[in-house]
Write a protein that binds this ligand. Structure first.
Ligand SMILES: NC(=O)c1ccc[n+]([C@@H]2O[C@H](COP(=O)([O-])OP(=O)(O)OC[C@H]3O[C@@H](n4cnc5c(N)ncnc54)[C@H](O)[C@@H]3O)[C@@H](O)[C@H]2O)c1
Length: 263
């Protein structure tokens, strides 16, 4: 059976771990050829070794995506290695939790650079190729922190809100040229690091999980499934959207408890 991404060539940034690695697995399982990027050289090589061992077509191109030339290299590598560029997934990112008044100018700039500038450079590099080909998909990983305020993440949240706006602008400007652009907004993932940090807090992970309508943290694999859909032709009329994959966190407001606590 042909995969949902058969014949497509994709770039994924931040593919050395977490959401990027899970998406690299799913994209190649669905038949895509892949340029996998990460700043962590060993990690991205490990991702690619695993995929190639399973028969996938994948190439590691390590580098720091906060630098514009690295993004151009990723787009060019897709053309050089696989002859096309169909999907560019700007996924690399990361949060520095810090209250606003304790955030230095350098820390603020670093958060904007990693979480917004890198997406701008990646999208621009991709669009230069996609406009010529008359088709393509730009995807970016935003965050729940880009939709609503989250404690300690003002700079990260501002950058992730910018990512949503940028995808909308691309959808608007390039829609008639066959290009779609969408953002995925993950809720908090149950990664090892995050879980052990939660355990150090008052109430631990349980207090946190009770605030999530679906009652649990998400997984990288669940984000990867959303990315497959948005990258595929199944989503051919979906553009300018932000897709929350967060157990319904984005849809809630503070409310008094009127139902039994065990619900
Ligand atoms: N984990 C969560 O709970 C969560 C929630 C919402 C959004 N996100 C977003 O999801 C995306 C992926 O995060 P994750 O949870 O998989 O985290 P992760 O730390 O497991 O993966 C991020 C990857 O990006 C790489 N990276 C960092 N800086 C880079 C750079 N300058 N150039 C290239 N690669 C770089 C890292 O080496 C790492 O492999 C990020 O954009 C993050 O902001 C994560």
């Amino acid at each position: 059976m042909p995969g949902r991404l058969a014949g497509k060539v994709a770039v994924i940034t931040g593919a050395g771990s977490g959401i990027g690695r899970a998406t690299a697995r799913r994209f190649t399982q669905e038949g895509a050829a892949l340029i996998a990027n990460d700043i962590a050289v060993d990690a991205v090589n490990e991702t690619v070794e695993e995929l190639v061992a399973q028969g996938a077509r994948a190439q590691a191109v390590p580098g720091d995506v906060t630098r514009a030339p690295v993004n151009k290299e990723l787009a060019q590598s897709a053309l050089d290695h696989f002859g096309a560029l169909d999907v560019f997934f700007c996924n690399a990112g990361g949060a520095l939790p810090k209250p606003m008044l304790e955030t230095s100018d350098e820390e603020y700039r670093a958060q904007l650079s990693l979480n917004l500038d890198a997406v701008w450079y990646g999208a621009q590099a991709a669009l230069r190729v996609m406009v010529e080909r008359g088709r393509g998909v730009v995807l970016a990983t935003s965050s729940g922190a880009g939709i609503g305020a989250t404690e300690g993440l003002p700079a990260y949240g501002a950058a992730k809100a910018g990512v949503i706006s940028l995808m909308r602008s691309i959808a608007f400007e390039f829609g008639r040229q066959g290009i779609r652009a969408n953002a995925i907004s993950p809720g908090p993932m149950g990664s090892e690091g995050f879980m052990s940090w939660l355990d150090t807090l008052d109430g631990g992970r349980e207090t946190f999980e009770t605030q999530i309508p679906m009652g649990r943290l998400g997984t990288s694999e669940e984000i990867a499934e959303a990315a497959v859909f948005l990258a595929s032709d199944e989503a051919r009329y979906v553009s300018g959207a932000v897709l929350p994959v967060d157990g319904a966190i984005h849809s809630t407001l503070a409310s008094p408890r009127t139902l039994p606590a065990e619900r």
